[in-house]
Unconditional design. Sequence first.
Length: 492
Amino acid sequence: MPFRHLLSDQSSLTQDDVLRLGELTAEWQLLADLSFADLVLWIPKRQDQKSWPEGHRAVAQIRPMTAATVFTHDLIGNEVTWGSRTDLDQALSSGEIIRDNRAEQVGEIEIKVECIPVLFLGRVIAVISRHRNLETMRTPSRLELNYREIANHIYRMIAEGNFPVKDNVYLAEAAPRVGDGLVRVNVSGEVLFASPNARSALNRVGWDKDLEGQNFGQVLDSLVSPISPLNPKEENWQISMSGKQLRREEFENSGGVLDLLAIPLTEGDNRIGAVILVHNVTELRRKDRALISKDATIREIHHRVKNNLQTVSALLRLQARRIEDPKASAAIEEAVRRVVSIALVHETLSATSQDLVQFDEVITKIIQGASELNIRPNEIQIKKMGEFGLISSMVATPLALVLTELIHNALEHGLSTSGDLVELRINRQAASMTITVTDNGAGIPSDFSLELNTNLGLQIVQTLTKNELAGKIEFIKQNIGTQVAISFPLER
């Protein structure tokens, strides 16, 4: 919970109480916006539930998005002693909503305070204080009157232990807000009030008449295409938007997309209607689909590149078989190996929607291919120690080529007459990676110089490591065999 650190030994709240308050504060932006008020959550200070409270502590606060805040500073962490705030005391002890008719001066603003008890499992576990600017309350518009009336219904639900609504699975940052659009319906689903933004949202999907007096579910049903609805449902909109239960649905037709959240309103055990929040998400969904389409296109491109590379490698193999010169044939086989390494990276990219490669899958195939192409595949061990993890495609392609060359170079020049072993060790840090390829062969000459070496494969390794990976490479002669170490940053 965001306020768990403010709960002290002086609080009598149970773990279930804290979870309930967490659910409440996750939803109370709705209350602040509907009542144009700042809200503060107070918990009683006492040793246990049987002890008389010593006072109250402010553990959470929310400001409205529909009005200016009345507080310049947060009250979170403030404490008041029992008797200094009689409205808080009365709400906690009586379980009734306390309205103080006296105005309270906060700086240059006169505010009116109401205290709402939070009932849970038959106990008052906290109190919400609602702070409203008295000046803005004197000349309310029709919209403000409707918002406040809805807020008062929800505050009574809190005092009765019926809000937040059970099974509130709609909790999400992207849930519709009061400012997006609001429709109030009675128990029959008839629209009693619709905010201007809600009317605009319905107009976007094709409703050009007045909403008030209409059955909201029937309005939506009439806007669904009877031939090929974009969002087929098992039940009609009149049922899902009746307000009998908490529901979040998306309505879509050729005109647009609406995110709908229906919240039941109750008085005691009786249902009195519902408030439906309406958010026009047409442009958001269009952008989401554009991104999905872009991801699919990129994956298809990687798939086609992989296929083209495989075609190139097959053609090169055919050409190699027709060449009688062993050196020329070997050169073409090396080219085939390099093309296949690049194709493996694109094959992995074609299976993901991210620009990241699970490189362990790539290196496993490279090792498998290197073993099969060797003249003694059953006598060679290529051991991999450590994990590559996810690597960006910009790094994956040159790295695949570098490791292909190093592994094949070790298999070709760095093996002993018995007990052949090539070891690949990965050490991944937060921002960098070091990879060593070690063999147990005769080792490099004492006067070995990478810069002066004419081997094409090693020249490719050096060029890619320095230019593409922005890293460094080192050849180390050991007592038995050779170790090649490359290190590079993961992000550039």
